[in-house]
Design a protein around this ligand. Structure first.
Ligand code: ADP
Ligand code: MG
Length: 262
């Protein structure tokens, strides 16, 4: 079998007194759509940070796209850091929340073009072919009709689509999405998940979809990992992992929680 494109082995990450990951091992195969679910604070974003080469490993190792990261090695040498910068060019990242300050006067097309600057070079102008690629991406995320609209005037769901297009403009091999559905209404949420599934297939990506709501992973993920307190509580196809027992173990019994509070 082929090597996994992402491989975490016994990864421990902590922020001062908080331990965010307590020994996480996880292999992700090329082309896979992997869901990462769990309650707030369970370590989801920290996993994305590690894959993206920005996590400081306290223990264990991470292998991403053939680049190896080990505990205690980051920040030690220029050569190592430039290798990781190379790796990071192949990873598209859609952070949680607003992508661009809504007061910054850029329109939708320009916001997506920002994603191409790593390829174009910061001090050169985009060529006609770069704009064509951006317009193709706007079609893909169904935003062509709003391409001239100021970014700050978009709804949450529309901003999310632009954020996805911007990450794709970099032409990544791995796409990291941090809570792309949080705060969206039901309809926009279904639309975003459909778009994610479509770009994953069309672009032949490996995708990591982080969500606090495991329901999001049900129809579109090949596998899902359920996190609890920085540890993997369950891992496998959504149909198996999202059992009532597993969800109760990870999220607690919501019914009894509400009755306890009242
Ligand atoms: P999730 O994305 O699942 O909500 P995170 O990976 O962001 O979880 O966080 C895991 C744990 O690490 C939490 O306890 C959180 O408070 C802590 N943490 C995350 N980022 C930081 C940070 N920058 N500084 C201190 N603690 C942090
Ligand atoms: Mg998070």
């Amino acid at each position: 079998m082929a090597e996994p494109i992402v491989s975490l082995k016994d990864v421990v990450v902590s922020y001062r007194e908080d331990i965010a990951l307590r020994g996480v091992s996880l292999n992700i195969n090329e082309g896979e759509m992997m869901g990462i679910a769990g309650p707030n604070g369970s370590g989801k974003t920290t996993i994305l940070t590690v894959v993206n080469g920005l996590g400081r490993l306290e223990y264990g190792e991470a292998n991403v796209l053939g680049y190896q990261m080990k505990a205690g090695r980051r920040g030690r040498s220029f050569r190592l850091n430039s290798r990781i910068a190379q790796m990071r060019k192949m990873i598209g990242y859609v952070p949680q929340g607003a992508l661009i300050d809504p007061r910054v006067p850029v329109n939708v097309r320009e916001a997506v073009m920002i994603g191409r600057y790593g390829l174009i070079g910061l001090f050169r102008y985009p060529a006609k072919t770069d704009w064509e690629k951006v317009d193709r991406l706007l079609e893909m995320v169904d935003m062509s009709h709003l391409s001239d609209r100021p970014f700050g005037h978009l709804s949450g769901g529309e901003q999310e689509r632009v954020a996805i297009a911007r990450a794709l403009a970099q032409e990544p091999r791995i796409l990291l999405l941090d809570e792309p559905t949080t705060g969206l209404d039901w309809r926009s949420r279904v639309e975003i998940l459909n778009i994610i599934e479509q770009v994953h297939k069309e672009r032949k990506l490996t995708t990591l979809l982080v969500t606090h709501d495991p329901q999001d992973t049900f129809n579109i993920c090949d596998r899902v990992v359920l996190l609890k307190n920085g540890l993997i509580a369950a891992l496998g196809p959504p149909k198996e992992v999202l059992s009532e027992g597993n969800l109760k173990a990870v999220y607690g019994d919501r019914q009894s929680e509400t009755s306890r509070r009242s």
